[in-house]
Design a protein around this ligand. Structure first.
Ligand code: FDP
Length: 332
């Protein structure tokens, strides 16, 4: 019987790279590393309750947040796996105060990678979906030097690829290299990511709203007004609320099912809560490439230039019509 299975992630990336005669194979190697790290993290997340990996380490990260055991495991796994690929010059992680700078010897890495190793930390211990988010930049520093800040502090508009994985009822990895956005589901029996969601497109207008509405009392009045106009429109049906509290899971559902994810600035966090480099940037890139929109409620996420590695931002992700209308209501 002829084999009839979907393409694997690596077959898919290899085929895409063949369109670029100058491609060296470095990007495919990088994706292999990211996929391997994702599989290792997925396995541990699924068995965390058995392997003493639940709970906190007792340490706090650079942002003063309690570090969960699985945060630390995921961070170490991504760093080790990406370092071994030999194609990375610098790594920035939400869990690290300073970046990892990789030497140019024996071969200089050509990519800088930023990631949130395990997004949704407060949900880890309760078998709720969590995930990893990553962004890939082309190296900017000279190739005879050690990689560093210059390679990592780039605007999300300069990403060459971005993606995330969700460890949920299945493990799915979503990736874009700037043309299409595609999803690959892990087949645990093969240990392979197989193409399951080809060319994901965000609906211009959706019916779901995703936000921590308990914070609404601290939102700016114009944002609250815009949000309420969506919740209870003067005409048509009200929207439906979905909020997991793991950004990666909320963003994934919004990407596939439509609607808007809203995490605005508030009185406690005037700069916003979510991290530009590790969270908003890569997700913003994916939404834009899938025909949707990503803003900080004032300007596109892809136009923001980070000043520091751990910069935060308000975030609005969704379909183009919904996001444009929300921003218009904010300005009124
Ligand atoms: P968490 O606090 O669990 O780490 O960026 C972190 C994040 O989760 C996002 O994944 C999530 O969308 C958001 O924070 C949840 O924040 P709230 O608890 O304020 O809703």
């Amino acid at each position: 019987m002829p084999e009839n299975r979907p393409m694997t992630l690596i077959e898919y990336v290899t085929r895409k790279q063949q369109a670029f005669p100058q491609a060296t194979g470095a990007f495919t190697t990088l994706v292999e590393g990211l996929a391997l790290a994702t599989k290792i993290i997925s396995r541990e997340v699924n068995q965390a309750g058995l392997g003493h990996l639940l709970g906190l380490t007792g340490r706090r990260n650079v942002q003063g947040e309690a570090v969960a055991r699985l945060d630390e495991f995921s961070n170490d796994t991504l760093i080790r796996t990406l370092t071994r690929t030999g194609v990375v010059c610098a790594i920035g992680s939400e869990e690290l105060a300073v970046p990892i700078r990789l030497p140019a010897d024996p071969v200089p890495g050509v990519y800088a990678v930023v990631f949130d190793p395990l997004d949704g930390s407060s949900n880890i211990d309760y078998a709720v979906s969590v995930g990893s988010i990553f962004g890939v930049y082309r190296r900017r520093s000279s190739r005879d030097q050690i990689g560093g800040m210059e390679d990592l502090l780039q605007s999300p508009g300069d990403l060459v690829a971005a993606g995330y994985s969700v460890y949920g009822s299945s493990t799915i990895l979503v990736l874009s290299t700037g043309d299409t956005v595609d999803g690959f589901t892990l087949d645990p029996s093969l240990g392979e990511f197989l193409l399951s969601h080809q060319n994901i497109r965000v609906k211009p207008k959706g019916k779901f709203l995703s936000a921590n509405t308990c914070n609404r009392g601290a939102w700016e009045p114009n944002v609250l007004r815009a949000f309420e106009a969506f919740e209870q429109p003067a005409e048509g049906k009200p929207m439906s609320l979905r909020y997991v509290g793991s950004l990666v899971a909320d963003a994934h559902r919004t990407l596939l099912a439509g609607g808007m994810f809203v995490y605005p600035a508030d009185r406690k966090q005037p700069e916003g809560k979510l991290r530009l480099l590790y969270e908003a940037g890569p997700l913003g890139f994916l939404f834009e490439k899938a025909g949707g929109a990503a803003t900080d409620t004032r300007r596109p996420i892809l136009e923001i230039v980070p000043k520091a590695l751990h910069d935060r931002t308000p975030l609005l992700l969704g379909g183009t019509e919904d996001v444009a209308r929300f921003m218009e209501l904010c300005r009124e």
